[in-house]
Design a binder for this molecule. Sequence first.
Ligand code: ADP
Ligand code: MG
Length: 535
Amino acid sequence: MAQQIFQNYPPPLSEQQQVYLSTYVKNWTIQHGLTVRPSAAQVSEEVNPNAVLATNAPVSLFPSPFPRKLFKQAQSLQTVYNELYAAIASNETFLESVMKELIDVDDFLSNLWKIHLDVKAEGYTHEHALGLFRSDFMLDAATDTVKQVEFNTISSSFGGLSSLVTQLHTELASFPAPATSLAYPPHPLFKTSGRPNHPPPNEAVPTLARGLASAHKAYGPAKSSPALPLCVLFLVQPSERNIFDQLALSSRMHTSHNVATFRLPTTSVLEQTTIGTSSPSRPLIYHPPSAPGTAYEVTTVYFRALYAPSEYTSPTFWQARHHLERSAAIKCPSILLHLSGSKKIQQVLTSTEPDHLGSFLPNASAATLDSLRSTFAPQYALDSEGLALATNPDTAAHHVLKPQREGGGNNIYRDNIPPFLASMPEKDYKQYILMELIHPPASAHNTVLRSDGEVVSGDVISELGTFGTCLWKTPRPHDADAPKQGEAPSTPEILHNEEGGYLLRTKASGSDEGGVATGFSSLDSVLLYDDEHLH
Ligand code: ADP
Ligand code: MG
């Protein structure tokens, strides 16, 4: 039945209507900052020597249908997922047991783990960790369920821009009558129970900013003496194109929370920050290049960078990561939380023997745990069962092979899996997990305004992300009240746990990967449908 919804949507546009709508969207994006910096390939340095230009983020002209029931389920699980990942990041013994094999064969993970061990040996000086999370799902048409694609614990992006897409689509779906049809031709999905139907409000920006503000507040007064003013640092890539997404959060920190924020490029960490010596707790001191002679104490470092090996182009970047980790600033994420988001951890969570979900979430009801588990697609390590599925072309055709990496473009799909595995030594197999493919509705369509201004229509598939934030305290291994070897692991003391806001990314159905930043996909919002729309 649900397939029918997708078949008849969106309403067709005449050529003139499409020109009207795409022009409206093009102008709206610039008017409201639904924008990205152009790539050098798109606009050469010669044409844009002062890097002043921005262009629209790729955006769908229509919101995409999504079943209300499953949208609500995904939202309702966010705080549960937040707590689950807080518990994992607080359980060093579990993380070590899962990551151990990978640490042996993967330099990136091994370097991260080594930093954690070094700082642990020196003694962590604080107990807080902050997660700004995004849980990504796809609709599985065959089972009418939402399945999790992955859970992001570092650099969960697009909260800022996706809120704007919701605002854009809401405006278009709510044009004053009779002009509604100027933007969107009439369609049953634009009405629910006789009232206008538009995307649900998107609280991503206030939610993510409240998460950062909760860490800022939990840090307490300055540790340096004399006391310095406090700030939050956004750790960013030096030539970030998705900057306006990040600025939506920093503006919100200034205007709604009265918290100073600064952007610190990964290339400047060691130049612009120091560890204060006036206190044994190692306060992180930021020296803004824009105001020489002034200094701030950093309460929170928000990582929008340093999640991929390609960013660590010299040992300096590892020194920078170590320097930040050993400081007193609250990290979003800490190294342990970064590692908790590994694909390997997500695969291990799907196993029922032992029942990790039950032990990490001792207070969750059986119904909540069932709901959480229903969002898992089957995943395997490449040992007996997984290896058999991955090497047989008939079964590989239903799977995706994932390495322990973030940021898109790393996966191997379907019939490429057996030859890919055949080309490497077996000892490297542990770097990968195998996941069953999720099958979103096959007949969805949409039209996208790309960043180069092209308007493209076609079959699409969508991925829903739900945002959440969580702040917790974990007794540190060196604390007197921390568990000793052989004792039950620490459980986090949750200080803040919120769900809020969503992202829909819609990509051409022919393309396996959906990285908006890399250009194959668009930002979108959801048009929720109910059972009434199915008749
Ligand atoms: P990354 O950390 O690179 O974002 P993901 O697990 O999100 O890794 O995979 C990247 C993309 O691959 C996803 O956005 C999605 O389009 C596709 N993908 C991943 N897992 C699946 C799956 N099980 N079924 C279908 N598509 C998938
Ligand atoms: Mg992803």
